[in-house]
Design a protein around this ligand. Structure first.
Ligand SMILES: Cc1cc2nc3c(=O)[nH]c(=O)nc-3n(C[C@H](O)[C@H](O)[C@H](O)COP(=O)(O)O)c2cc1C
Length: 158
């Protein structure tokens, strides 16, 4: 079975709610998905997965430092994630508060790792976003995103 990781940082629970929905939907769509807080991870754990999805609250328009720290530590095996499926999601406080720039900053790191990143033709184009606590629209976006990532992962890692 193809494997996936949903790794997130969340201080007040909003990003965590998105992470839970994404992990559940990945499982529903046939992946063996682990859900982990970024603080509990060692960067080398990332090597175990076919699909890696990272979530963060928006802090000053970008990802929170614990996630940035993990990604920076992954330089020790730079190149080894080449070809794996990557994704990102974010929760911000405000509508134009930088959730998309947060998602794009995470995806930037994944692209530099050589990972495969899929955009979304409908809804949240770069990856799911929420304003604070995820509402019904955001939950649906998380579920649709996870279904797309699962389909791609199963294709690349049957
Ligand atoms: C240090 C800090 C910086 C923040 N910066 C932004 C920001 O630039 N734009 C924004 O819309 N919200 C900002 N917020 C609000 C959080 O992104 C928002 O409350 C988010 O839903 C928190 O997610 P969490 O519950 O997963 O911790 C900031 C919050 C903190 C604590």
């Amino acid at each position: 079975m193809s494997t996936a990781l949903v790794c997130y940082y969340s201080k007040t629970g909003n990003t965590e709610k998105m992470a839970i929905r994404i992990a559940e939907a990945l499982r529903k769509n046939g992946l063996a998905a682990d859900l982990k807080k970024v603080e509990s991870m060692d960067a080398s754990d990332l090597l175990k997965y076919d699909c890696l999805v990272f979530g963060s609250p928006t802090y000053y328009g970008t990802m929170a430092w614990p996630l940035k720290k993990l990604l920076d530590e992954s330089v020790t095996f730079h190149g080894k994630l080449k070809g794996r499926v990557g994704g990102a999601f974010a929760s911000s406080g405000n509508i134009a508060g930088g959730n998309e720039t947060t998602v794009l900053d995470i995806l930037n790191a994944l692209l530099i790792h050589g990972m495969v990143v899929q955009g979304q033709s409908r809804g949240d184009h770069y990856g799911p976003v929420a304003i604070g606590r995820p509402d019904e629209r955001s939950v649906k976006s998380c579920e649709r995103y996870a279904a797309n990532l699962a389909a791609l992962t199963k294709k690349l890692f049957p």
